[in-house]
Ligand binder design. Structure first.
Ligand code: SF4
Length: 281
């Protein structure tokens, strides 16, 4: 069998692929839209990316940004859904295009990060040049091993001396290993720091208020679906489907410009009746 990405799913369109998002399944493509979100200005679609449905959202991020840069439409802050963010993408966006990629990053999955008082990775000082980590008790690591994770991404495994850890008075807050010292697995230099900064930032009120602007794109998708049947491709093949998506984006932009010139305000987010009961009058 060929890799699943190459499986032909439709006898009518050999480029169409199987896609799934939560409980929605489909065969075809996926469209990614980027729009402006300046206050008091019309929200215009600046980039349309059409991909096979099987691709993950984060596979599109780099190309979306490259096209925005090429067309001199790059934002200084790029607000995206969690699916479009990774430590590598945050770093690449900053280094290649000076774009601040903003979206929720995954939280540290370790038990230490979920236990109050326990020592998660953020509490260790890491000297990347000297290849040494210092734990909250002031002990230094005794091993530094660059490796690749299951996705092929560079990580470093850092170990601490079992003798020191087994005698440590705060061991229960740090490690559950019975015979070995604490082990840390961190993303490579740069990516680790980018992830730590993003994790800290997403806890702040500033992040929450800035990130609220991203929700406008859900309205854009909804508008495309309701007014132009964005969920259905009328054509065979990715190139023609992309052209259809671009045409829908152009139509949406024209409508939004006309609404803005006529001073028709943006629709506010709709709430369920139950939510409305909880909102202040
Ligand atoms: S268990 Fe080891 S790594 Fe953890 S705080 Fe104690 S000495 Fe440091």
């Amino acid at each position: 069998m060929p890799p699943v990405r190459q499986w032909i799913r439709s006898p009518f369109d050999p480029e169409a692929r199987y896609g799934r998002k939560r409980d929605i399944h489909w065969v075809g493509y996926k469209v990614h839209l980027t729009e402006t979100c300046d206050e008091e200005k019309p929200h215009l679609i600046t980039q349309v990316e059409t991909r096979p449905a099987i691709e993950q959202d984060n596979e599109a991020t780099a190309e979306i940004q490259e096209e925005l840069v090429k067309n001199q439409l790059a934002p200084s802050q790029h607000l995206v859904d969690a699916g479009y963010v990774s430590a590598k993408l945050i770093l690449d966006s900053q280094e290649k295009h000076a774009i601040d990629l903003i979206g929720p990053v995954h939280v540290d999955p370790s038990w230490q990060s979920r236990t109050p008082g326990a020592f998660d990775a953020s509490q260790f000082q890491v000297d990347w040049q000297a290849q040494l980590a210092t734990c909250p008790q002031g002990q230094q690591s005794n091993g530094w091993y660059p490796q690749k994770d299951s996705q092929g991404e560079p990580v470093v495994r850092i170990t601490f001396d079992p003798k020191t850890c087994l005698a440590c008075p705060v061991r229960s807050q740090c490690s559950k290993a019975k015979n070995t010292g604490r082990t840390l697995v961190l993303r490579a230099e740069g990516r680790h720091q980018a992830l730590q900064v993003a994790r800290e930032r997403q806890q702040t009120d500033d992040f929450k208020s800035l990130y609220r602007k991203r929700s406008g794109i859900e309205g854009t998708l909804s508008q495309g679906i309701r007014s132009s049947d964005l969920r259905r491709t009328r054509y065979v093949g990715q190139a023609k489907t992309h052209l259809q998506n671009v045409a829908i984006a152009v139509a949406t932009n024209i409508k939004r410009l006309i609404d803005w010139l006529n001073e028709i305000p943006l629709a506010s987010t709709r709430h369920s009746r139950f939510t409305l009961l909880l909102l202040p009058a």
